[in-house]
Design a protein around this ligand. Structure first.
Ligand code: M6R
Length: 367
């Protein structure tokens, strides 16, 4: 059942070219220049007239939600808030029948997300679900939704479900933006063409980074802390990279927006602090370059994720992982792959049970 892989997690990491393809299948019709999503189409007016969209989720799904915020605000120009379901439900949030709530959940069974949806519905909001498990509780109580179609995810650490959530959120943002006029046809066509190429790029990055990341991981088996940094779309990707590492390797890791480093975390940096920095060409590259220099000046050990052919960041970093270029909005999908592999191999070398980490369950049905 593990298809020749040592763990479900590794199998699921390697399934991503296919799972992303499955998420796009039947929805992204590049030649016709359309995105077909019945759940969005049927409620297009309500969605596009929303004054605010609130995304609720937990864990990795919450990280996907943060990237969803960037996507929807950039392309559809609708204000988005992202909340932990567990915070949202206990704080009497301002939600009316004019609100749209998007709930994201791989399992579709997370207790806090479920309770938050019920509360939003009682307040009259229209609730849209993004679930992976077909016919799960959340997919049944939401007013409409889209499945991620990533296939069963067995490893407790979410991998392919995350990249499929990002893919669905990209489709939604582009479709809303196209229909509400905020996205020009030309820009729309350019972005959907790139979206269509993602499965191929994910395959490429798996092939080109797998062995290399496995080697890099050996250098960090004894680390006690890790810092993950990224900007813009890759800030949530940094949070997700850190979550993966802490869940399965039990190494303490934190994600930060790179520019926040100087407001505190920089005090932690010395030769014992490994720092993973996501630094694609787009998205304030020059700022990232100076962040990397600041870290090096304090002797931090840098693992940099850069686009192919990068020299500036690469020349300062201790370890370099190259990944293919895309528009900034899709870069978290690509950058997440080596981060998953890094967490996986560090955990494996430390002898941890990666598929079933201690104290964790695949779906958290307790509050
Ligand atoms: O099934 P859900 O997406 O609702 O689960 C939410 C979180 O419990 C989940 O993402 C958790 O953080 C994972 N173990 C992350 O790898």
């Amino acid at each position: 059942e593990k298809g020749g892989y040592e763990h479900f997690m590794l199998k699921e990491i390697f399934e991503q070219p296919k799972s992303i393809h499955d998420t796009l299948r039947g929805r992204l019709l590049v030649e016709e220049g359309i995105i077909k999503m019945a759940g969005i189409w049927d409620h297009l007016e309500r969605l596009n007239q929303a004054q605010k969209i609130t995304i609720i989720a937990c864990g990795t799904s919450w990280h996907a939600g943060l990237i969803g915020e960037y996507l929807i605000e950039e392309f559809a120009r609708i204000p988005v808030e992202v909340e932990y379901a567990s915070e949202f439900r206990y704080r009497n949030p301002i939600i009316t029948d004019k609100d749209i709530v998007i709930a994201i959940s791989q399992s579709g069974e997370t207790a806090d997300t479920m309770a938050a949806i019920k509360m939003a519905k009682e307040k009259g909001a229209f609730v849209y679900g993004i679930c992976n498990v077909v016919d799960s509780s959340i997919s049944r109580i939401t007013d409409a939704g889209s499945y991620t179609h990533a296939g069963p995810e067995i490893g407790v650490a979410s991998t392919k479900a995350f990249t499929s959530q990002l893919t669905v959120l990209s489709l939604i943002a582009l479709k809303l933006g196209k229909h509400n006029g905020h996205l020009s046809n030309q820009e729309f066509m350019k972005l959907i063409t790139e979206l269509d190429a993602l499965p191929k790029k994910v395959e490429e990055v798996l092939e080109s980074t797998h062995e290399h990341v496995k080697e890099i991981a050996k250098h960090f088996i004894g680390a006690q802390n890790f810092l993950y940094l990224g900007r813009g779309y890759n800030f949530p990707a940094a949070l997700e990279g850190a979550l993966k590492l802490k869940e399965i390797s039990y190494i303490h890791a934190e994600g930060y927006p790179a520019a926040e480093m100087k407001h505190g975390p920089i005090a932690l940096i010395d030769e014992n602090m490994p720092i993973v920095i996501i630094a694609p060409k787009q998205g304030h590259y020059d700022k990232i370059v100076s962040n990397v220099q600041e870290i090096k000046a304090r002797k931090g050990r840098i693992i940099a994720l850069v686009n192919k052919g990068d020299t500036q960041v690469a020349s300062v970093a201790d370890f370099v992982i190259e990944f293919p270029e895309t528009s900034e909005c899709f870069s978290p999908i690509i950058a997440s792959i080596p981060l998953q592999l890094l967490a996986y191999y560090i955990a494996v070398y430390r002898g941890a049970n990666v598929d079933q980490p201690r104290n964790l369950a695949k779906s958290v049905t307790v509050e």
